[in-house]
Design a protein around this ligand. Sequence first.
Ligand code: ZN
Length: 312
Amino acid sequence: MKRYIFALMIVAAILSGLLVGCNPAPDAGRPQDAAGGRLNVTVSILPQKYFLERIGGEHVIVNVMAPPGADPHTYEPKPDQLVALSKAVAYFSIGVEFERAWLPRITAANSTMLMVDTAQGIERIPLAAHHDEHAEALTSAAGGAQQAAAELDPHIWTSPELARVQAQTIYAALTQVDPAHQAAYKANLDSFIADIDKLGTDIRATLAGAKSHKFMVFHPSWGYFARDFGLEQIPIEVGGQEPSAAELAALISEARANGIKIIFAQPEFSTRAAETIAREIGGQVLLIDPLAEDWLGNLRQVADTFAQVLGG
Ligand code: ZN
């Protein structure tokens, strides 16, 4: 009898060992993070963190791939960021350049993670070449025409109009992974949309008196913002290329012809070309940041800056 019980104990021990070995971690496969039952989600850039927090509220913890100061065109996620994805229930991509190389690895890092393309339903516009000579140079190069035509503007978050579309997509995804909090997500979405609408109205009022509509900027981050508010962006750099000496000269005369005194740049990129142009036209460089985390406050501030620069 003793031997029989002993054998049973061994079998039980082996079985429980097997069970523990096979069991996933206590909260794996469940949408809620262990800490406070919040959803762990990951986004590519900081303005998306703002969007997710507005709609997810207290129910989400948001991780960002490209940290402050990083360039989302060339960013390379760190190995520990990929490891951390094992806790994420959803990844919200937006179409920034680093995703092209990294989305397959991000997707592979967690097979249960919902992949959400927040650029869905948005028609992206081609990135404008900074002036005609540049476009011609591109199209005349072998295969250049196709490449130039395929380059679509990824900066969809700088437009309040397009932020509305992204907000709806985020709401739908959060509701899908966490239907229990749908009512909260809907209330947060409605409040965010109301803020976006007010932002649009306020910016239109801010820019109503602008005498000029053309602005020059090193990196073309503001194409959709410009489209929303009837402005025209003249980019210095396109597709990551610094302008040549001849292109710089053309930009300088374009700035002079349009009475441009301020050259915009952003903290993530070199201001060298912008400084050169500013020096030649007796103007100055001003930094505006398309990647600020406080999306709403930042766009308001950028609109004020545009209004001052374009003359009221
Ligand atoms: Zn960019």
